[in-house]
Design a protein around this ligand. Structure first.
Ligand code: NAD
Length: 487
């Protein structure tokens, strides 16, 4: 069966989802399809009252359903049933996502949705396995380190991988016994809403997942500042992360997990398998047209192999298959919005105006929608806007080095420390440098997440606070309590 479809035939659920029901809302923000620029829907904007209703529904669900108090295996089973339903409804989910977002339908069906299903199952299994601890106290007492859910988690997600990002928040929060009020990005809210509806069909208590649509300033701020939101779990830009910290500090203190921006280096040494490195580097900057927090957007290569490596990367970049996200053959994504495309052009323009050279691309693709050509820029340094700023697009800068220390110095970014790639056949160097690179994840002779969901992801420096995925993400959704019993 072909995965291609007619985007005009997909009806977007323009509503909030509160207490297990759709709550109709007026169109707020006009949305344009990234693939062709056509206006296709409006995103309602929940105000503080709507957010308050959602938080109330979440609290009631926790109080009445026994979600956090029942036998933990019941949570495991319920989450597996939800994962089953997400898999069964993959086509509907993929269509809702492909119209609004930059994710091509074939990639959604082959990667985003199966991985999401896997990750929900991964987190579900912690519920009846991960417990507290008995502490070594004096013999006249028993000390327990118990863990318990926070209550209602406020989750906020970005537009770049909407389904996956929702699962990263919902999976561990629910497995750990919490309820959630989730605000997806105002640009891509519809698939997340449908996912939440599926949870109720799968038998999860109504009100356990509430989805409120809206922007950051109104809806997002109402969530992070709500007194009954016990914890904030956010993925998005470093700027928005800072605004959330400020709002939380102003309205009351609560824990938060922040997964923020990146500007990750790819270090290639002359002894590396250059064909392997070129493939991994090209995929990392072409995947979702570079709109990934982990995009390896700064190539730092040993001077003696720079030309050969750049030639190999350019060959990959020339082989892209741009097209609308609803066409099965599409392999290269559009940019999310005209605004983001304009921002990219201005950063590239400012970099070239400072004397950098564009080796490839550097312009929009001549086709409908918001497409930007894969771009290679060299002649840059740490002050070049394309090196300093997270572009969030298919732009790779090139810097060269002669010595290992120089490579490390170039890899360092003053603001970001999300990931780093390292390509070498020298095992000692791989171990030495992976210890010294200031990044939350280092990939050696590969780049990008695997399906080993046990590996946590999160940033150093201003790339974030806390981790998603892994055991750490599950534990981050429970708070610990010390109990000391005299005997
Ligand atoms: P963004 O920060 O503009 O928005 C993210 C979400 O936050 C949206 O839902 C938005 O409405 C909301 N928001 C914005 N301001 C807010 C505020 N003051 N209070 C509450 N909510 C607010 O980011 P984006 O453009 O949607 O996504 C791209 C960014 O996300 C990039 O910086 C990227 O690196 C980052 N990202 C990080 C990870 C990670 O795991 N570290 C993963 C994906 C994306």
């Amino acid at each position: 069966m072909s995965l291609s479809f007619d985007p005009a035939a997909v009806v977007m659920p323009q509503a909030h989802f509160i207490g297990g029901e759709r709550v109709a809302a007026a169109d707020g923000i006009t949305l344009h399809r990234p693939s062709d620029g056509a206006a296709f829907a409006g995103c309602p904007v929940a105000d503080a009252d709507v957010v308050d209703r959602a938080v109330g529904a979440a609290r009631r669900a926790l109080a009445t359903s026994g979600w956090s108090r029942a036998r933990p295996r019941e949570r495991v089973d319920a989450l597996h049933r939800w994962a089953d339903l997400i898999a069964a409804e993959a086509v509907t989910l993929a269509r809702l996502e492909a119209v609004a977002s930059t994710r091509p339908v074939a990639e959604l069906i082959r990667f985003d949705i199966p991985i999401t299903v896997e990750q929900i199952r991964f987190f579900a299994e912690f519920a009846d396995k991960e417990g507290g601890d008995l502490a070594p106290t004096a013999a006249d007492s028993v000390g327990m380190i118990a863990t318990e859910p926070y209550g209602v988690i406020g989750a906020i997600t970005p537009w770049n991988f909407p389904i996956s990002m929702a699962a990263w928040k919902l999976g561990p929060a629910l497995a750990a016994g919490n309820a959630v009020v989730l605000k997806p990005s105002e640009m891509t809210p519809f698939a997340t809403l449908f996912m939440a509806e599926l949870s109720v069909r799968a038998g999860l208590p109504a009100g356990l997942i509430n989805v409120v649509l809206g922007d950051g300033r109104t809806t997002g701020a109402a969530i992070t500042g709500h007194p009954d939101i016990a914890k904030v779990s956010f993925t998005g830009s470093t700027g928005a992360g800072a605004a959330i910290m400020e709002n939380v500090a102003r309205t009351g203190i609560k824990p938060m997990t922040l997964e923020l921006g990146g500007k990750s280096p790819q270090l290639v040494f002359a002894d590396a398998d250059l064909a392997l490195a070129a493939g991994a580097i090209a995929r990392s900057i072409l995947a979702n047209a570079g709109q990934a927090c982990v995009a390896g957007s700064r190539l730092v290569v040993e001077a003696s192999v720079a030309d050969e490596l750049i030639g190999l990367i350019a060959t990959h970049m020339a082989a892209i298959r741009p097209g609308p996200t609803w066409d099965e053959a599409t392999g290269y994504a559009p940019i999310i919005s005209a605004r983001q495309l304009g921002r990219m052009e201005s950063i590239v323009g400012a970099t070239l105006a400072q004397g950098a050279q564009c080796r490839l691309g550097g312009k929009r693709l001549d086709r409908p929608g918001f497409f930007y050509a894969p771009t290679l820029i060299d002649g840059v340094d740490a002050t070049s806007p394309a090196v300093a700023e997270e572009i969030f697009g298919p732009v790779l800068t090139v810097q060269t080095f002669r010595e290992e220390e120089e490579a490390l110095a170039l890899a360092e970014h003053p603001t970001y420390g999300l990931c780093a790639g390292l390509y070498t056949r020298d095992l000692s160097r791989a171990l030495r440098l992976s210890g010294r690179l200031q990044a939350g994840t280092v990939w050696v002779n590969r780049y990008g997440r695997s399906r080993d969901h046990i590996l946590p992801t999160g940033g150093y420096k201003q790339s974030g606070l806390g981790k998603d995925l892994g055991r750490e993400a599950y534990l981050a959704n429970r708070k610990s309590k010390s109990v000391l019993i005299a005997i």
